[in-house]
Design a protein around this ligand. Sequence first.
Ligand code: 6PG
Length: 466
Amino acid sequence: MGKARIGVYGLGTMGSALALNMAEQGVEVAVTNRETDWIAPFIAEAGPLAARLHPHDRLEAFVAGLQTPRVILFMIPSDAPMDAMLGVVTPLLSPGDMVIDGGNADFHDTRRRAAALAAHDLHFVGLGVSGGEEGARHGPSMMMGGSDHSWQQVRPILTAIAATHEGAPCVAHLGPDGAGHFVKTVHNGIEYADMQIIAEIHGLLHDGAALSPPEIAAIFTGWNAGPLRSYLVEITAEVLAATDPETGHPMVDVIKDAAGQKGTGRWTVIEALRLGQSASAIEAAVGARGWSAEKDTRQEAERVLGGAVGAITASAEALSEAFLAARILAYAQGFRVMAAASEEYGWALDPAQIARIWRAGCIIRADLLDDIAAAFAGGAPRGEMILAPAIAQRLAQTVPALRQVVAEAVHAGHAVPVLSGALAWYDTMRRGRGTAALIQAQRDRFGHHGFERLGQDGLHHGPWWD
Ligand code: 6PG
């Protein structure tokens, strides 16, 4: 039996789908899994693709069954299990071999692991993979971080399995060590914001305009034919139109309103704050998931504080414009966080390239990304997406509706944390002089911290210290 070009360790949803995708592209793939009883059913269900899948029960045989230099893709939890696995597999590898972590890893772990493996002349690649099971099976968007050498080695395989947009594969080598996992983390932060924007607008239509989920589904279907066209809008229309087979009610109405989260949104916010940024739309989305999980407290609070909300009269068109404005601002914040990290870690991330590889395959794929890619490629002033002429013009057209919708929602008691958080950032950034002079005065008054004076060098103190 010939040796396999790549090994996939971990036959969960994403690992199996990626292994099948590779096999379909003509790649010989060795496969294994910690629970060895998963392997035979996976091969049995692979149909004709099984001919290119080489199953192994033992790690040693799996490693020995790979062409050298070896390439192993791990699709396992990226926290403790990944460290444990590296401890076991490293002694089996030879200098020049490569280990890829295809999970949602904390990029700090990726940097640490890359350095640890480099000490053994091994290459570690942090690969962000987006698109869920469908994407992994038929074409994900992939964000790679690692050495140039690693990229040259895996490029043919990743290019073959990636989603394509107008013929271009949605995969790129974004930078060294943690760059790929960082960009994937911010992708997920934007995903959280976009999902929460949709949930807030659904809430306004459902609780404020008394529309049923199927009626709202029809609105979203219409929006998906315009500038909001995106995967998340498409699947939202689909889920809102679905009926619960048990009760006959709209499916969304029988789902408990407590959102789960695995951590990538939170990491985006934590890293943004560490970098001196505030991605308010993403922060608000992460926070909203946290509040949603406090179901019992909210039920008690509704009794104590009253849960009534007023009517919303904003038109569907105004809501769609508010949605687009907030979406633009959420993306802009995500790109700012990436720019700050790129500078901090010396990654030289290319925002236009990132926007391009998000055009297909990933969860946040959206028509808007064409405009974003063009805006960055055209040289956004100061690297700020919102200052690129085409984006600034879009904001000028849509922010009035965002303002109207937020005002009406706040007045009627509907929580719209992402819509309002995005607007607050926009309103802060468009003012050359803000409110922080008073913060500086207060800091100086209580702590003698000093402040800069307009038009003068040096550190100054107020008359309260005279
Ligand atoms: C993707 C998704 C994927 C996963 C998220 C969900 O790009 O394919 O982002 O990575 O669905 O991790 O995250 P939460 O469970 O935190 O919502």
